[in-house]
Design a protein around this ligand. Structure first.
Ligand SMILES: C[S@@+](CC[C@H](N)C(=O)[O-])C[C@H]1O[C@@H](n2cnc3c(N)ncnc32)[C@H](O)[C@@H]1O
Length: 215
């Protein structure tokens, strides 16, 4: 579904570029494979709801999703687009630390190491998180020291090439932001959970992630 943002000027500093629908739908389906029923799902930086739409398309009821977004204009878009969705208009870092979810699904700002911060944040609220991250993050020392000291990557799917994100424009009209990164969808699992035998760590065949070609 294409969303009309009514001429909203998207803010590069807030990393306002959005997951393409085809990728969001595949992430929704990947989450669905591991979560049946109605888990409590947190989308911590929801934007205009690309991942929310992907989750709903995969069969999750809107009522089981909580969407956090700091920009009140996008919160309005979320409320209009998804009646029944719980929309929390605030910085995700200020969420009540007592809240608990079954799973976090997010594509957060990457810039200045924010993806490391958000990965940690995700695992404070849920034992499992599906995050779209810069592919290079998985090799970075800071990620290993800060996140993988208390979590493990149990599944990862590298996107082929760089998906074309919808998003912020600079004043000159040129697209800016993290569409420049190659990304991987990683499922993180907190090590506070009892370790399971035979943890699934696999790469998804690239075809699965390729943008479907129009026929
Ligand atoms: C990279 S976009 C991704 C949006 C959406 N998750 C998606 O996949 O299309 C990041 C979003 O996070 C919002 N954001 C930035 N900092 C935030 C914060 N501290 N707390 C909550 N939302 C934030 C931005 O306004 C933007 O809409």
């Amino acid at each position: 579904m294409q969303v009309n943002l009514n001429g909203l000027e998207l803010v590069g500093e807030l990393s306002q570029w959005f997951t393409p629908d085809w990728l969001a739908e595949r992430i929704g389906r990947a989450v669905r494979q591991h979560f049946t029923g109605t888990p409590r799902i947190l989308e911590p930086t929801a934007g205009d709801g690309a991942l929310v739409a992907g989750l709903i398309a995969a069969g999750f009821p809107v009522e089981c999703i909580t969407a956090v977004e700091t920009d009140p204009r996008l919160c309005r878009v979320l409320r209009e687009r998804f009646p029944g969705l719980e929309v929390v208009c605030m910085q995700a870092q200020l969420l009540d630390p007592a809240l608990r979810f079954d799973v976090v699904v997010g594509n957060t700002p990457y810039e200045n190491g924010q993806d490391v911060e958000f990965a940690n944040l995700a695992l404070r609220y849920a034992p499992v998180a599906y995050l779209v991250v810069r592919s290079e993050l998985l090799q970075m020392v800071s990620f290993h020291e800060d996140v993988l000291s208390h979590a493990e990557v149990t599944w990862e799917a590298r996107c082929v090439g760089r998906p074309s994100f919808r998003g912020a424009q600079s004043k000159s009209g040129k697209k800016t932001g993290s569409g420049l990164f190659e990304v991987t969808v990683a499922r993180l699992r907190g090590l506070a959970l009892p370790k399971v035998e035979n943890v699934e760590t696999c790469s998804i065949p690239v075809e699965y992630w390729r943008k479907p070609t129009k026929t």
